[in-house]
Design a protein around this ligand. Structure first.
Ligand code: HSE
Length: 444
């Protein structure tokens, strides 16, 4: 049988990986797919560079629409990224009856509802394994492997850049900006690292996982997003002394709030007990924990970015489509794991309604009664304290210092209660600097 014909839009790091792995493993892949898979056209603005990557046998064009218009092409791989031209091209490819494979988490987290509806109406597949956690088959696991389960929660390290920076901060005692410079020098962080360090990339990915886990529409606009750029080296050190590591987690949970079921969807730095496997995921690696009612807790670990790890996910999607494209669309796995007419209207909760525990660091005057005032406010608010660590003033502010750090770990409470208590604590004259608050996840 003639190989299935693939057109590739954008041949950068990931595109080259797809081309190379498909060539290298073509025999193995064909034995799995039941048919050859061949990239026959590539569109890239830099045609000379693209031609050098793919060789003379592949047609290289600078106009992506030439691929979409080609009736020989069965599958379009979109590796352009972003919400602009990539969205137009994906919608045009769907309209032309092409199946689409994309690594574009930003596009799907923001416009997924429209894109999946268009694909469903046209009877084509939009596959996106590479959009979340690179080479880790987490979409496959959530959509198929765990399909028996009522999923309770997901917590993941799904941004390698920030995990690398946090590892550098902990290992070398660096502050954030020095660790970011290291990450940039080693090629882990982009020249403009905003999406990574401010948690946006992780929020795109957890938005997609949340939709698949709970059968809700993608709702990136409802996600709470806080990055790592304000983290201080001393908080990483204090967390360590208390038995925790700080990780940027993408978290989504099905919870009861005010007697109603809702969904938490949030990205922020989190203290994680250092005895959890996920707390020991270091460098640019990714890991995702999924808790299902039948299976219990599962953990998926691997490379979340890079040429061939991401290509591994793209090609898995190509194989799925090759196997399924002649099947009745009703027999395919739904884009968001649940049938389109069986989606849930569970609401994403505002951050003030989430329940978690907290790490607080207060820079205080080292004088009698300060701790009593702080703990009194927490007690009156009904917030239970789990642990308190007070540093020696000399250690914090140098010899003769009259200031010190008080670190408090709390038990679970609703965020609105903590917000109100923090306003009161901040107003104390003996609290000398803005209070640092980092959420804590036990992931038990
Ligand atoms: N920039 C991402 C990361 C990889 O650092 O994990 C692509 O999503």
């Amino acid at each position: 049988m003639k190989p299935i014909q693939v057109g590739l839009l954008g041949i950068g790091t990931v595109g080259s990986g797809v081309f190379n792995v498909l060539n290298r493993n073509q025999n193995e892949i064909q034995r799995r797919a039941g048919r050859g898979i061949e990239i026959t056209m590539v569109a890239d603005l830099d045609t000379a560079r693209a031609q050098a990557v793919v060789g003379a046998n592949v047609k290289v064009v600078n106009d992506a629409r030439a691929i979409i218009a080609n009736p020989e092409i069965d599958i379009v791989i979109e590796l352009i990224g972003g919400y602009g031209i990539a969205k137009q091209l994906v919608m045009e490819a769907i309209a032309a009856g092409k199946h689409v494979v994309t690594a574009n988490k930003a596009l799907l987290a923001v416009h997924g509802t429209e894109i999946f509806a268009a694909a469903h109406a046209k009877g084509v597949m939009v596959a996106f394994e590479a959009a979340v956690a690179g080479g880790i088959p987490i979409i496959k696991s959530l959509r198929e492997g765990l399909t028996a389960n009522r999923i309770q929660w997901i917590a993941g390290i799904i941004n390698g850049t920030t995990n690398f920076i946090l590892s550098e901060m902990r290992d070398k005692g660096l502050d954030f900006s020095a660790a970011l410079q290291d990450a940039q020098a080693l090629g882990y962080a982009e020249a403009d690292p905003t999406f990574d360090i401010e948690g946006v990339d992780a929020a795109h990915k957890v938005t997609l996982m949340s939709a698949i886990a709970f059968g809700i529409p993608v709702q990136f606009d409802k996600a709470y997003v806080e990055g790592i750029s304000k983290l201080a080296a001393q908080d990483i050190k204090y967390a360590e002394q208390l038995g925790y590591r700080i990780k940027l987690l993408g978290i989504t949970k099905r919870v009861q709030a005010n007697g109603k079921e809702g969904i938490e969807l949030r990205v922020h730095p989190s203290l994680v007990p250092n005895k959890r496997l996920i707390a020991n995921v270091e460098g640019a690696m990714n890991a995702v924990m999924v808790q299902g009612d039948a299976v219990g807790t599962t953990l998926y670990y691997g490379k979340g970015a890079g040429s061939e790890p991401t290509a591994s996910a793209v090609i898995a999607d190509l194989v799925d489509i090759t196997r399924l494209h002649t099947a009745d669309p009703a027999h395919r796995v739904p884009h968001l794991a649940f049938q389109p007419d069986a989606m849930s209207d569970l609401q994403v909760l505002p951050m003030s309604d989430i329940v978690t525990s907290y790490y607080l660091r207060l820079r205080v005057a080292d004088e009698a009664g300060v701790l009593a005032k702080v703990t009194g406010i927490l007690a009156t608010a009904g917030i239970s304290i789990d642990a308190v660590l007070q540093r020696e003033a000399d250690e914090v502010g140098g010899e003769g210092s009259t200031q010190t750090d008080v670190i408090i770990l709390t038990h679970d409470c609703v965020e609105s209660k903590m917000n109100a208590a923090m306003v009161q604590m901040q107003a104390l004259s003996s609290v000398l600097a803005p209070i640092t608050r980092i959420r804590k996840e036990e992931l038990a």
